[in-house]
Design a protein around this ligand. Structure first.
Ligand SMILES: [Zn+2]
Length: 412
């Protein structure tokens, strides 16, 4: 088996790993880089037999559009729905790739390879690790994962009954030099949200990814306990529509204490794409809340959104400062190595007297301790760092580490 990390051996994001047998070549992820210093990847020059996407985060799937459209791309069905949801609301149209789906723990073949997807706990839903078998070798790719989210049972499932005889483990190391102690679990985030909104005298905005379902659940649970109403935008409401197919326990717009704030731009997208959105456009209308309704009783609401709308909703002129709960990685705000959209405006809230800026976030990635548990359970002959800026430190924490560089060909 021949292995080449095209990109991602020494950075977080932009992941693309190639594995080949004599007959077959596959790619694990084909992501957009997060770092400004990342090197270019010539996607047109890649001609694998198939691409496997571990989860619907841009830094893992974002370049599939540049791929020859005849090359099959495998991902979870929910992942496809979530990616297309974003694309349709941004006006980008559906994915044009030759998409195929796999199911958790159900092995399938691509040429010489037998692939088994393992559902994992991560800040994206429908996230997988892969066991990849061919030519008598067994490779495991962790994808992005953690052990402290609402689906932490998935971590226990793998570590208590790990795949055996792993020749090589690609393991992510996002958190090697990062600390998750302020909010070690999603429950700690929920508590902070609750404490922020329970006695509020004005509205609170919560800035997070609409695809971070754990976070939406935390926001809803905090609202329920504090007697507040959770306001979503159309995009988040549509994301939750997709989740109905897999669980009845995830909040949806029909639930009490949930409302949807319609925006002209997003509503126009629904109108233009009637076939795709079906009767959602009519149904979402039944759960709408207006700006005026929120202005009449601002202390009743928590508004979950990718961006804070506090300027547009114009509530800050009322009574007390609004609270803005920043519920994503703080590194996005430092601006040093990231192009995260809107980060400058959000960073500005920290010094805005009209804003009570609150931080509440737990990482989507495993802590060093959990990575150690994971690596020990899988006990690979070779452990290769990926999705990390600190592959050079892996030797301090794990056994059998071989650090590869991008583009280096390695045989097992
Ligand atoms: Zn991810």
């Amino acid at each position: 088996m021949k292995i080449t990390i095209h990109r991602g051996a020494n950075e977080i994001g932009g992941t693309c790993i190639q594995i080949s047998t004599e007959q077959t070549t596959i790619l694990l992820d084909l992501g957009l880089p997060l770092s400004k210093n990342s090197k270019e990847l010539d996607v047109a020059a890649l001609t694998p037999d198939a691409v496997l996407i571990s989860h619907p985060h841009q830094d893992h799937f974002g370049l599939i559009e540049a791929l020859d459209q005849n090359i099959p791309v495998y991902m979870g069905e929910l992942s496809k729905n979530l990616i297309n949801a974003t694309r349709m609301l941004l006006g980008n149209g559906l994915l044009k790739n030759e998409l195929r789906h796999f199911k958790a723990w159900q092995p399938f073949a691509i040429g010489d390879f037998i692939i088994t997807p393992y559902l994992v706990d991560h800040s994206a839903v429908d996230s997988y690790a892969f066991l990849i078998e061919a030519e008598g070798k067994r490779v495991f790719y962790s994808g992005d994962f953690r052990a402290h989210g609402r689906k932490s049972v998935l971590f226990d499932t793998i570590t208590k009954n790990p795949p055996k005889d792993i020749d090589l483990l690609f393991m992510e190391g996002t958190m090697i030099q990062r600390c998750n102690d302020d909010f070690p679990t999603e429950a700690a985030v929920e508590k902070k949200i609750y404490e922020t909104i329970k006695g509020q005298e004005n509205i609170t905005f919560l800035i997070s990814s609409s695809q971070n379902i754990d976070r939406i659940v935390s926001a809803f649970r905090a609202c329920k306990r504090a007697g507040k109403t959770l306001v979503l935008d159309i995009y988040t409401a549509w994301v939750l529509e997709q989740l109905k197919l897999i669980s009845k326990n995830i909040p949806a717009m029909e639930w009490e204490q949930i409302k949807v704030k319609l925006s002209f731009g997003q509503h126009e997208k629904l109108k233009k794409n009637r076939d795709f959105f079906g009767d959602f456009r009519q149904r979402v209308y039944q759960h709408k809340i207006s700006k005026e309704e929120m202005q009449a009783n601002p202390a009743e609401y928590l508004f979950f959104s990718k961006m804070s709308h506090y300027k547009t909703i114009n509530l800050h002129k009322k009574i007390k400062p609004v609270s803005v709960i920043y519920s994503q990685w703080l590194g996005y705000l430092s601006g040093s190595d990231s192009d995260y959209y809107g980060s400058e405006a959000i960073a500005g809230y920290q010094n805005d007297p009209q804003v009570n800026f609150v931080y509440a976030h737990t990482s989507g990635h495993a802590t060093v301790e959990d990575l150690q548990t994971f690596a020990a359970a899988l006990n690979p002959k070779i452990l290769v760092p990926v999705h990390t800026e600190h592959g050079n430190l892996f030797n301090d924490f794990f056994e059998n580490v071989i650090q590869l560089s991008d583009n280096f060909e390695f045989m097992i």
